[in-house]
Ligand binder design. Structure first.
Ligand SMILES: Cc1cc2nc3c(=O)[nH]c(=O)nc-3n(C[C@H](O)[C@H](O)[C@H](O)COP(=O)(O)OP(=O)(O)OC[C@H]3O[C@@H](n4cnc5c(N)ncnc54)[C@H](O)[C@@H]3O)c2cc1C
Ligand code: FES
Length: 331
């Protein structure tokens, strides 16, 4: 048994061949995570001393990062006592993930490639989540795929997902070809640590495509608790036809900025990429909190650009919608 010490001084035992993230959770330590498959880098940590083994490929890390001592705790085990110089420990509790049944109650094709799915838990189900979290939908034949919850909790056990179609995708085939109102599925969750942090700084959300789903959940929550914080939402899509969401009636000091990445002569709004639009609009990045969700490419580029321009890296929170992959260990 190895001992892992986080940068804060928190320590826990880590079992052989078990991801450090999972050992930490079993012993009450809380580290950021999202995909748990070595792709999104939410669980990145810098090793000061100790030996670790990659149980699965750390595709999210560059060779330079690996060379500098960074690891992904969701797919690394500790072979000796390990001390982290930097990690993403969180300071709050989140609900425990469980498996619950649920039924499809509505399917609405909002663009060529996006389906809004509504689901309902059994009225007796005792299940809760925090806005921004995701679930794993367990579909036909036991296929598991991650989807973010697109609404604030507490609306009559109803859940909303924004599902993108991937050509040939196993669960895409089900959603876009076979799914029907009344279907019985299961979910495992809630999952992930992409949730709003305590702060009174202006909030900026960067989303691409269905990445708006957890942002919508956070916005609904902010409206419920009192929309004092200034909010700007940048939503990036390729063409105007792909804009599947726009804000309902909103607090006057909240802004919505749709950004198209493809040339469209009929479009008079912003063009380019959401991270570039924010960079052009915000003279003082040091004063804001950024929550980015959607494509991995956007999130990586946004982090690089914005931090280089003055954003505090600890005020950049992200959830990358990476493709699903088998997990090294089941929690
Ligand atoms: C934390 C988290 C939250 C997510 N939330 C959402 C959400 O709210 N809505 C949503 O639509 N998706 C979301 N995703 C992404 C979704 O889980 C994956 O895209 C999933 O793999 C799609 O399953 P599938 O069975 O349709 O396709 P698969 O069978 O997994 O893949 C089919 C093909 O599409 C490609 N592919 C699949 N997914 C991606 C991707 N994300 N990027 C690039 N290529 C891909 C694969 O390489 C493969 O060639 C989320 C992912 C994570 C990690
Ligand atoms: S890379 Fe570890 S949680 Fe995504």
């Amino acid at each position: 048994m190895a001992r892992v010490s986080l940068a804060s001084g928190v320590e826990f035992d880590s079992e052989p061949d078990v991801p450090i993230l999972l050992s930490g959770e079993k012993h009450g330590a809380r580290l950021e995570y999202s995909c748990r498959t070595g792709r999104c880098i939410s669980c990145k940590a810098l090793v000061l001393s100790g030996v670790t083994t990659a149980l699965q490929h750390e595709s999210g890390l560059s060779a330079e990062e690996q060379g500098a001592g960074w690891i992904l705790t969701c797919v690394r085990s500790a072979d000796s006592d390990v001390v982290f110089a930097e990690d993403n420990e969180i300071e709050f509790d989140l609900p425990r993930a469980v498996i619950v049944p649920l039924r499809v109650t509505a399917l609405e094709r909002v663009t060529e490639d996006i389906l809004v799915v509504r689901l309902r838990l059994a009225p007796s189900a005792c299940w809760d989540y925090v806005p921004g979290q995701h679930v794993e939908i367990i579909g036909p034949n036991g296929i598991r795929r991650a989807y973010s919850l697109a609404g604030a909790p507490g609306r009559h056990s109803a859940l909303e997902l924004h599902v993108k179609r991937y050509p040939g995708g196993e669960l895409s085939e089900y959603w876009f070809g076979e799914a029907a109102v009344g279907d019985l599925l299961r979910l495992r969750g809630p999952l992930g640590t992409f949730v709003l942090r305590e702060s009174d700084r202006p909030l900026v959300f960067l989303a691409t495509g269905t990445g708006i789903a957890p942002v919508k959940a956070m916005l609904e929550h902010l409206e419920q608790v009192g929309p004092q914080r200034p909010v700007t939402v940048y939503l990036g899509v390729r063409t105007a036809a792909e804009l599947h969401w726009k804000p309902p009636a909103w607090p006057a000091h909240w802004d919505f900025v749709p950004v198209l990445s493809r040339c469209d002569r009929s479009w008079s709004g912003r063009t380019g990429y959401v991270q570039e639009a924010l960079l052009a609009d915000c003279p003082n990045l040091a004063a804001i909190d950024v929550y980015a969700c959607g494509s991995d490419a956007m999130i990586r580029d946004a982090r690089r650009l914005l931090v280089a321009a003055g954003l505090d890296p600890r005020r950049f929170f992200s959830d990358a919608f990476v493709e699903s992959a088998p997990r090294v260990a089941d929690e």
